[in-house]
Design a protein around this ligand. Structure first.
Ligand code: ANZ
Ligand code: ZN
Length: 871
């Protein structure tokens, strides 16, 4: 049977057959252990990129192996389909967002199918479909009814390009929008929030349960939640008001020399003396226009204004001035601080700028601080001084140190109490855009915010809208849609026109897959509790905070509503590395050059300047001319080669450099397998491979009835070594790269085996195909059928290692005299304990030491050593 390996001739054929046979339909067989494999669902941009190919390939291998290992596997796919690009397409090209989105979905689904990914498409979810967002709305109402969704007037992040507000998580460290890149502005707006802060402590503590997550991701979440422990302390003002401050260093209270309020603090007006009123007003206006990031940037020159008022320090009754300054934020802690310039750098800079007093209350061991000559704050260790009851106590947060002592003192004297504070803010979820799930609320002048009754869900997105361009959401202009009677009292009322942040849609999609077609419920808790938690989640590190934190929050809230019976949604998390493409870059200008324009790629020079170009791998992108389209690779080499390359080139969590030569290497390997199997299959193979099965079972049983020749034994060892290694690579940390190497070794061992007529060889060919199946599903299936096997290779049971086969023919036997190693020799692995002892005794090494001596005892460790105890 001479034939060439032409992927195009087999891949589509098998994809069709598998679909017809329903090979990847999720088994609902309670008798089998479950395995929920999940890839982060994509935004349907219309085109699959290499990053997608990588994630879905990784998850696919995991799912296929688990199926073969006897699990019932859920490996679903869906679409994170709401969001601005669809709306922008509507504005720019006049296509309704829904049409644009569904067109993209169809295209991407086809591209995915070409890769031979074993998704169960019957469970597909699409977040922009009314049968999905109905439940997104229902879940929002669960939050609302639990008091976890509320509206408030807030200074929010406003994206001037996309004309919408953003959550804090969606603003990067430079104060830019995660999507549009626009510098975020501050605006005062009434917005919807979810009370994620109620769950801050749990979200933090339960990170300890996530041992299957990368340490880095857990750390990022912990930092984002940002728990600080300290105390709240009450200061009295001369107006008789109470000023509450949050401090992480209550032990430094005796060193507080002034107070600073956020310019937005509600007491500012009352505390401002008439003479200061104008300066205060001006300063407040300036501060309001600045972003949080600008206000808190390190090393920034300190600004502020004195209110004209004083407060009394509760620990020593000292009168200290009250200032306002923009480095104090309103929505952290209490929006007011006590300033301790000797030990806090920002306060120090502020005190120096405005010539305010500085008082040292912590003296370090190795130097003596003097307030007059200090050049920076001292935040370190030492001993408390000038601090009344704390004098002499070691400064620090440990047990028995000053912070603990200060909290105890404050609580005893009713001047404050120990508390924790979190950096995490409530999640701002309303968006002033069209293409999202409408917030199911009706505003009634009499009843306030009234939930849309469950039976009226979903609140459908109206279709007869106009996308005129950027500006207010089309929903806000649609009177016919907005004006409705109040569901409670019938009074003319108005629909909420904001839609939900799309991160809401993706915070629960994994709960829907186990019961994706349910029309009565978001999900049947029985089914979802059965499949959840996700056993293996795979996706990008860019979701380390946003999506993963929100999903954990949703899980906990729905658990508390009695809908779920677990605490954490994702048991194990793998964050795959980036796929990088080769770029040719002029190191001087930083410009990327189109490879097509380079005369000699092995010696690349800039066609414009003649300068030498640097070859570097960077994230694939159009502007760097280093993208590789999945479709092109599939048509040139086939999906199996693309998959093999991706899996082989780098461990899944590491970045991967796309390299055409290595792609070709994988293509050649598959060609070798093709020839190897087909040459074998060309002889009447069916009978022999069956015979091999019988024989290997016998020898596996340890009966050793069948005498194998040395080459046969060597080949069998190679076969079972491959089974063992591949299985281990797939069970632990998913080392696909080394697993593929093992497949190559096995293929080489088969090629080199002199015993091609042996049943062992037939066993080896079968094993190779079964091990290859999860990685290169099409070629494995085609060759499996060429061998005359019935059924799909993907329905075969995963292979068991025969430990007997792993045992080498020869062992290295260590010879010891009185426990001391004197040498080692090769011995047959077949020798019994007595034979081993005899063999060792007769060896030259032993003879040298035992000749003429009395042997008191011989200790034999089979397979390892013989120790002679001599007098
Ligand atoms: C006195 C003090 C003395 C402080 C000292 C620090 C060191 P973290 O760790 O980030 O939670 N602070 C409190 N609320 C603030 C606000 N709304 N805006 C700006 N700064 C605020 O920081 C807590 C510390 O940051 C608090 O402890 C407070 O300064 C300041 F040697 O109080 B500290
Ligand atoms: Zn009403």
């Amino acid at each position: 049977m001479e034939s060439r390996y032409i992927p195009a001739e087999i891949e589509e054929k098998w994809q069709k057959t598998w679909a017809e046979q329903g090979l990847y339909k999720t088994l609902e067989d309670a008798g089998k252990p479950k395995f929920y494999a999940l890839s982060m669902f994509p935004y349907p941009s219309g085109n699959l990129h290499m990053g997608h190919v990588r994630v879905y390939t990784i998850v696919d291998v995991i799912a296929r192996v688990r199926r073969m290992q006897g699990y019932r596997v859920l490996n679903p796919m869906g679409w994170d389909a709401f969001g601005l690009p669809a709306e922008n397409a509507a504005i720019e090209r006049g296509i309704p967002p829904a049409d644009w989105t569904y067109q993209n979905i169809a295209q991407m689904r086809q591209q995915l199918d070409q890769l031979g990914i074993s998704f169960d498409w019957e469970r597909e979810v699409t977040t922009c479909a009314p049968d999905y967002y109905k439940w997104t709305q229902w879940i929002f109402l669960q939050f609302f009814k639990a008091g976890l969704a509320y509206q408030k007037e807030a200074t929010v992040n406003w994206d001037p390009i996309d004309q919408t507000v953003l959550a804090n998580e969606q603003v990067d460290s430079e104060g830019r929008s995660w999507r549009s890149g626009a510098k975020v502005e501050r605006k005062q707006l009434r917005q919807w929030f979810l009370k994620i802060t109620d769950y801050a402590e749990q979200l933090l503590n339960d990170l300890d349960k996530l041992s299957g997550w990368p340490e880095k991701v857990r750390l990022m979440q912990a930092n984002w939640i940002g728990k600080s422990t300290g105390a709240q302390v009450t200061f009295k003002t001369e107006t008789g008001d109470e000023l509450l401050v949050f401090t992480t260093r209550p032990d430094t209270l005796w060193g507080a020399t002034f107070m600073v309020l956020s310019p937005e603090h509600p007491l500012v007006e009352k505390l401002t003396k008439p003479k200061q009123a104008k300066a205060i007003k001006t300063y407040q206006k300036e501060a309001a226009a600045k972003s949080e990031i600008d206000r808190t940037a390190e090393g920034r020159e300190k600004t502020g204004v004195w209110t004209g008022s004083y407060a009394i320090n509760p620990v020593n009754d000292e009168k200290i001035p009250i200032w306002i300054a923009d480095y104090v934020l309103m929505d952290y802690g209490t929006g007011a601080i006590m300033a301790v310039p000797a030990h806090d750098q920002r306060d120090f800079e502020f005190a120096r700028t405005f010539q305010l007093p500085i008082k040292v209350v912590v003296q370090p061991k190795d130097q003596t601080l003097d307030a007059a000559t200090m050049t920076e704050a001292y935040p370190g260790e030492g001993v408390m001084v000038n601090s009344g009851p704390l004098d002499g106590v070691p400064a620090g947060k440990e047990k028995g140190q000053s912070v603990e002592a200060a909290v105890a003192w404050l609580e005893k004297n009713s001047k404050g109490k120990g508390t924790a504070n979190y950096r995490l803010r409530d999640w701002l979820i309303s968006r002033q855009r069209y293409w999202g799930a409408p917030i199911p609320i009706i505003h009634c002048p009499k009843c306030g915010a009234v939930p849309v009754p469950d039976e009226d869900l979903p609140v459908r997105l109206p279709e007869e809208v106009e996308f005129s361009g950027r500006g207010p959401s089309p929903l806000a202009k649609l009177d016919s849609w907005i004006n409705v009677p109040c569901p409670t009292c019938g009074t003319p009322a108005k629909r909420e026109t904001d839609t939900m942040d799309t991160f809401i849609c993706s915070s629960w999609y994994f709960l829907r897959y186990p019961d994706a077609r349910n029309e009565q419920q978001a999900f049947d808790p029985k089914k979802t509790n059965d499949w959840m938690p996700v056993d293996q989640y795979v996706g990008g590190i860019e979701h380390a905070i946003l999506h993963l934190l929100y999903s954990r929050f949703f899980t906990k809230v729905l658990r508390d509503r009695g809908l779920l019976n677990f605490d954490e949604p994702f048991e194990r998390l793998l964050t795959q590395g980036m796929v990088q493409g080769k770029t040719y870059k002029n190191p001087r200008t930083g410009k990327y050059v189109l490879p097509m324009n380079i005369a000699d790629l092995s010696n690349p020079v800039d066609p414009e300047t003649g300068e030498r170009l640097e070859v570097v791998y960077e994230k694939m992108s159009k502007s760097k001319y280093n993208g590789v389209a999945p479709g092109d690779v599939v048509s040139k080499y086939g999906a199996d080669t693309a998959r093999m390359f991706i899996l082989f080139k780098a461990p899944p969590e590491k970045d991967l450099e796309w390299d055409e030569a290595d792609v070709e290497g994988q293509f050649r390997f598959l060609n070798r397998v093709w020839r190897l199997v087909n040459e074998f299959g060309g002889q009447e193979s069916g009978a022999r491979s069956q015979e091999a099965g019988v024989r290997s079972q016998k020898s596996g049983g340890g009966s050793q009835k069948v005498e194998l020749s040395k080459p046969e034994k060597d080949l069998r060892r190679a076969i079972h070594t491959a089974i063992k290694a591949v299985t281990e690579d797939l069970d632990g940390d998913y080392q696909f790269n080394t697993a593929v190497s093992e497949l190559m070794k096995l293929s080489n061992a088969l090629t080199d085996a002199p015993c091609k007529d042996s049943p062992v060889y037939a066993e080896g060919i079968k094993v190779l195909l079964i091990l290859l199946a999860p990685f290169a599903p099409h070629i494995a299936e085609e060759l499996w059928h060429n061998l005359g096997q019935v059924g799909s290779v993907h329905s075969q049971s995963w292979l068991k290692v025969d430990p007997a086969a792993l045992v080498a023919d020869e062992i290295t036997l260590v010879i010891q005299i009185n426990g001391k190693t004197r040498g080692a020799l090769q011995a047959s692995a077949q020798l019994s304990q007595e034979e081993l002892e005899q063999f060792a005794r007769e060896s030259e090494i032993a003879q040298k030491y035992i000749e003429g001596k009395v042997i008191k005892k011989v200790i034999v460790v089979p397979g390892k050593l013989v120790n002679f105890v001599v007098a």
